[in-house]
Ligand binder design. Structure first.
Ligand SMILES: *[C@@H]1O[C@H](CO)[C@@H](O)[C@H](O)[C@H]1NC(C)=O
Ligand SMILES: *[C@@H]1O[C@H](CO)[C@@H](O)[C@H](O)[C@H]1NC(C)=O
Ligand SMILES: *[C@@H]1O[C@H](CO)[C@@H](O)[C@H](O)[C@H]1NC(C)=O
Ligand SMILES: CC(=O)N[C@H]1CO[C@H](CO)[C@@H](O)[C@@H]1O
Length: 637
């Protein structure tokens, strides 16, 4: 999920005073220069100025932590609020109110259970598989109180992919929500013996310990601070799974710095402790957890948590709980716009929405229909070291930059070869900048100020996200994999994603993962997976182009069964294309560019095409009739 968790950017290093000084002189000089130019050249001066001031304030706060050698983490902030405002609602879930004190005590209980009945200690990793519910936060904070690193598992992921995720982060324990115990039964025998498994239910399958039962007798007293005190901003805090650019999901390392910076997001957009924030996005992504929950903790605000987004209940919930802020992804706004019109749609207290991926047309329609809500787009990758916020109010833009911003975040847009799917290098081997208005690959310099912490236990994939020797020998850049355009006024627009992932329903789909699953079928020669644009949908729908082994025949039923069994719903290909032969590049990479261009168009593709019919639960031939219905947005994908 792209969020602003990548906000963790200025990690100060080197002598403090010169750094502070350079920031301040930089800012001071900038102010004077801009003052002159403002009226003619710089209409966004004040917007930029206030925004930068906040960035500077955040930077100074980090600097203070470093100076004093004492870090106030998100957990520390939570404990401060729990003491100061114990009776203030922190979480509202299905009508029940959990105050700051309630959550504090419940998380103490979790901590005590593990102290009492396990050998978990500071630095141990615990995987958490849970839907959005208060227990997610109780367990997360409870384990944080023991200094454990919690790895959030995507609750849509199942069977072998889930097993892979769990194994890849080498946890000492796995905690599973009541509603997800069924999902792990199948993989229980494959889990290593050293992993203890805890279920949030009274009756649990064999081999699982009932956390719920133990909680009922656990103490709710405070855990000593020595258990969790964070040694530095670079200390690992969480693992959050992302699909990077290739292969199965990977655990991105989230350190204290990123979590503290992420929690400043709501504040940076102007939220206060009086705000009531509606979170329907999954907590296992950084948007929901770091920005949403972390943001509420930072402010001491209230969060209305929803198990799952529901378009029909959305505005009722907002009215019922006096919601003032919500978090979105582009799809969410589109679904809300598609709901039948009702009376009094502008009659609510929502004033701000924070998220990403809303398209200009939806953005306009949304404002027209639901009233004057300030939409705050932001850009960033969970594991990345760069972020943008639209702090000026330009529809469609993900953010804005200027030379001052570039003092903090050294990023560049470089020329990209879309056919070969790699950055263009000149004869000397260097990359080059694109001109304004041209799409380029967003890369961000990795150095002490903008660190990249990589993926847990995965050197190879960490290395794959990095570009080296970009402009000069020895430089290192984080490859966001996103193509961005900067216009003449320095607004930044999201253009496309490169490489081997695409986004669908707010999740990243790694094409190699899908291809591997299909490739397991014995009649498949090769599977080439990519995303295709579909009218009226955010992101790209999955398409698998396959070739069948000689003397074998294609069994569509088996393909269907295979993908729905082993892949989360959002990753199942919506379309199949059956090719005779597959073209590869000189380096045997499958060629995708042409295939993506042709999409599922009956006019351009002569190969047989199939469509996943979710009602018939089968792949059916893509007829002219179905094709037209998809183009007219009459079929829900
Ligand atoms: C430890 O476990 C026992 C038995 O379940 C329980 O009675 C006791 O209260 C627990 N201690 C703490 C500190 O939670
Ligand atoms: C919402 O605000 C109204 C008016 O201030 C108040 O009467 C009501 O109790 C509030 N509802 C909730 C759930 O806080
Ligand atoms: C496919 O079948 C034909 C005839 O039945 C046979 O000659 C050929 O060797 C087979 N090819 C493979 C790869 O099995
Ligand atoms: C933080 C911020 O100012 N965001 C702006 C992003 O763009 C929308 C477009 O209307 C503005 O309303 C927001 O104010």
């Amino acid at each position: 999920m792209r969020t602003m968790a990548g906000l963790g950017s200025e990690l100060p290093s080197g002598p403090v005073a010169p750094m502070l000084l350079s920031w301040l002189t930089g800012l001071g000089a900038g102010v004077i220069v801009l003052g002159f130019l403002q009226k003619i050249l710089y209409p966004y001066f004040w917007d930029d100025f206030w925004y930068l001031l906040k960035v500077v304030r955040c930077g100074l706060r980090m600097e203070m932590y470093r100076l004093k050698g004492e870090l106030v983490t998100v957990l520390d902030k939570f404990l401060i609020h729990a003491k100061k405002q114990p009776h203030k609602p922190f979480i509202i879930y299905e009508g029940d109110v959990y105050t700051y004190q309630d959550v504090d005590r419940s998380s103490n209980r979790v901590a005590h259970v593990f102290l009492n009945h396990s050998t978990l200690k500071k630095g141990d990793i615990v995987a958490l598989l849970m839907s959005n519910e208060p227990d997610f936060i109780h367990v997360w904070f409870g384990l944080a109180k023991l200094g454990c690193v919690v790895a959030f598992l995507n609750s849509n992921v199942c069977s072998i992919s889930l097993l892979h995720c769990i194994l890849s982060c080498e946890p000492k324990a796995l905690v599973v929500g009541a509603d997800l115990l069924g999902a792990i039964e199948e993989i229980l025998p494959s889990l290593p013996e050293g992993v203890s498994i805890w279920g949030m239910k009274d009756s649990v399958p064999q081999g699982v310990i009932s956390l719920k039962e133990k909680l009922s007798t656990a103490s709710d007293s405070q855990v000593p601070r020595d258990y969790y005190v964070a040694s530095s901003l670079k200390a690992t805090y969480l693992y959050i799974f992302t699909s990077g650019t290739t292969g199965l999901p990977k655990a991105a390392v989230i350190c204290q710095l990123q979590s503290v910076m992420g929690s400043a997001g709501l504040w940076a957009f102007g939220c206060t402790s009086d705000d009531i924030v509606y979170i329907t996005l999954p907590l296992y992504h950084s948007a929901g957890s770091l920005l949403g929950i972390g943001g509420c903790v930072e402010l001491g605000a209230t969060c209305v948590l929803k198990k799952k987004f529901s378009a029909s209940q959305f505005w009722n919930d907002c009215k019922k709980y006096n919601v003032t802020v919500f978090q979105y992804i582009g799809e969410l706004c589109r679904y809300l716009c598609k709901q039948p019109k009702r009376e009094g749609e502008k009659d609510h207290r929502v004033r701000l929405a924070i998220g990403n991926g809303i398209r200009s047309d939806v953005w306009r329609e949304f404002l027209d229909r639901f009233g004057n809500i300030k939409m705050c787009e932001l850009y960033g990758a969970t594991e990345g070291n760069i972020y943008f916020m639209n702090h000026t109010g330009k529809i469609g833009a993900v953010g804005r930059t200027n030379f001052l911003y570039k003092l903090f975040f050294t990023f560049d847009l470089i020329k990209y070869d879309f056919q070969k799917d790699e950055p263009i290098r000149n004869e000397q081997g260097w990359c080059s900048h694109v001109k304004k208005g041209e799409p380029g690959l967003l890369v961000s310099r990795v150095n002490a100020k903008n660190p990249f912490f990589g993926y847990a236990g995965n050197k190879k994939q960490t290395e794959e996200k990095l570009l080296r020797d970009v402009f000069k020998k020895g430089d290192v850049y984080f490859n966001t994999g996103d193509i961005i355009v900067q216009d003449q006024e320095n607004f930044l627009y999201f253009w496309d994603r490169t490489g081997d992932t695409f986004r669908w329903k707010g999740e990243n789909v790694a094409t190699t993962e899908v291809a591997d699953i299909i490739g397991m079928l014995d009649f498949i020669q090769e599977a080439n997976v990519y995303g295709v644009a579909v009218p009226g949908h955010e992101g790209k729908a999955g398409m698998a182009s396959i070739t069948v082994k000689p003397n074998k025949s294609l069994d569509l039923e088996k393909v269907y069964e295979q993908v729905v069994t082993f892949l989360p719903a959002y990753a199942c290909p919506k379309f199949l294309r059956i090719q005779e032969k597959m073209e590869t590049t000189g380096t045997f990479k499958l060629l995708k560019f042409q295939l993506v261009e042709e999409g599922f168009s009956l006019l351009k593709v002569s190969d047989p095409l199939y469509f996943m019919d979710s009602l018939k639960k089968a792949y059916i031939p893509l007829t002219k009739e179905i094709y037209d219905q998809i183009m007219l947005e009459e079929i829900k994908l």
